[in-house]
Design a protein. Sequence first.
Length: 135
Amino acid sequence: MDTRKLLDALRDGLPLTRRPFESLGRACGASEDEVLRGLRRLCENGVLADPAPLPPPRAGAAPAPAPDSFDARLLEILASGFPLLPNPYEAIAAILGTSEAQVLARLDALVEAGVSGRIGMQPLAGVPPSRSPLS
């Protein structure tokens, strides 16, 4: 797997799809399993931070509305640790007692409203790309 392609595919955050790691795999020419293994290794080796909501873009935007209780709980769960699983939003839906479709719809609405950024994985400061175990 080409680490640069994977990191480029992660630049805008994870896709809001049922199988975001499969989508990333298609974008960088790898299987879903290869992407998940690679991301786990990059996190374990301190190259990438664990998946979490990225800060929302704020350039000239109006203040974001406060999330309701469901949205606040969703954001709390996302901040506590996004699962590196083939169907991560399904796992989050199970915790919330709702459907995967509702989790995806609410997360999309939160991103659109500027309350949250997409789920992303930030490179950790001071780690050169050549240290990647996937190169």
